[in-house]
Ligand binder design. Structure first.
Ligand code: MN
Length: 370
């Protein structure tokens, strides 16, 4: 099992893993050196579980992104074709599909938390690195007779009864493609659109280091199935409310550059008070991508955005370009994720949280010589 169970977070940042141009390693092995891709027997056990189930519950993580929800809906559409009683859900209250994902087919399969059975027969989670990321559905998942975990996070804690975890996969959607192939379900336009949302989201539109020739071959098959990739890209990357632009402007105005941090590699950070979201009518899921703007600062290897929740806690999203492992840094704050993209939740104030993060990246960064 890959993973670092002692370093797992209630909020592991998952929206855009494995960033970084010019870094060749697709993923770093976990500190324990374990990096086992699913074996033939793992796939077979999951196929057997699905074949024996009359009802299946498919879960994305809280605040679902394109990979989590796209993966769950793709399997939902496939199983519905096969006559399986299928539900898709995620443990948020209220349960909101982000506007950027409004194009996803199969949303009629989504049910509220209350409609998920107390003791599901077969539950499959997608892109969920830690059971706590199931939110309000964690208890029902733990009560499920069978819980299959389909994921690609190096920090996956190894929960569930069956696991398909590949830390080298650029997206959970890639694992779902393999699952559907083994189920004998062809990629129709709807399923392909769901999977495209997953792989495009998690590779930053095929820019990140985890993107391989196989990723592009996967995308080619999806496009051949009729995915409207131009419209999806505009929705995923190039559409925001005016209110978001104002929140972004304030966050950029507030940004700090610390060139000496991370052994001289540099840290850029900012934060977003809850009041800003309220003032501009911006739901919290809409600022998940703000880190991608902040990380553009050439002077900083590491970027950090703190997002305040209504209870005053801070959700941290961090990115690095390859010479700092932010999964390790976030683990020091009780979080986790990928080496290039990770997150945490802090109950301290902004200054104390940034100080703790700075210490964590300093500790693993030898000063740059010459
Ligand atoms: Mn993912």
């Amino acid at each position: 099992m890959p993973g670092r169970p002692e370093h797992v977070a209630p909020h592991v940042d998952t929206e855009t893993p494995t960033g970084a141009v010019g870094v060749s390693a697709p993923a770093l092995p976990s500190p324990r050196g374990e990096l086992r891709r699913p074996a033939e027997a793992d796939w077979q056990a999951v196929l057997d579980a699905i074949a024996g189930a009359s009802s299946v519950d498919l879960l994305a993580h809280v605040l679902p992104d394109g990979d989590a929800l796209g993966s769950a809906l793709a399997v939902g559409l496939a199983l519905r074709q096969r006559g399986v009683d299928v539900r898709v859900s995620f443990g948020d209250d209220p349960q909101v599909v982000p506007a950027s994902l409004s194009f996803l087919p199969g949303q009629e399969l989504i049910v509220p938390v209350s409609a998920v059975p107390e003791r599901p027969e077969l539950m499959i989670s997608f892109d969920v690195a830690d059971a706590r990321r199931l939110g309000l559905l964690q208890a029902k998942a733990e009560a499920a007779r069978q819980l299959v975990v389909v994921d690609h996070h190096t920090s996956n804690a190894g929960f569930g009864t069956l696991r398909l975890i590949d830390p080298l996969a650029p997206a959970t959607a890639v694992l779902v493609d393999e699952l559907l192939r083994r189920l004998g379900v062809p990629l129709d336009q709807q399923i392909a659109t769901c999977l495209y949302a997953g792989v495009a989201s998690d590779t930053g539109s095929f820019r990140y280091a985890a993107t391989t020739p196989a990723t592009h071959e996967f995308a080619a098959r999806l496009l051949a199935a009729g995915v409207p990739h131009d419209a999806i890209s505009r929705r995923l990357w190039d559409t925001q409310s005016f209110g978001y632009l104002k929140v972004l402007a304030a966050a950029l105005e507030r940004a700090e550059l610390e060139p000496q941090a991370a052994g001289g590699r540099g840290l850029v950070w900012t934060w977003v008070p809850w009041a800003d979201l309220l003032a501009h009518g911006v739901p919290p899921e809409q600022i998940e991508g703000l880190i991608d703007t902040v990380r553009k600062a050439a002077e900083a290897e590491v970027a950090l955005v703190l997002k305040e929740d209504p209870d005053g806690s801070l959700r941290g999203s961090s990115r690095a370009n390859g010479s700092v492992d932010v999964a390790l840094a976030c683990a020091a704050l009780g979080g986790g994720g990928h080496a290039y993209a990770a997150g945490f939740t802090s109950h301290r104030g902004v200054a104390a949280t940034v100080a703790a993060f700075r210490t964590a990246i300093d500790e693993q960064s030898a000063p740059i010589s010459d």
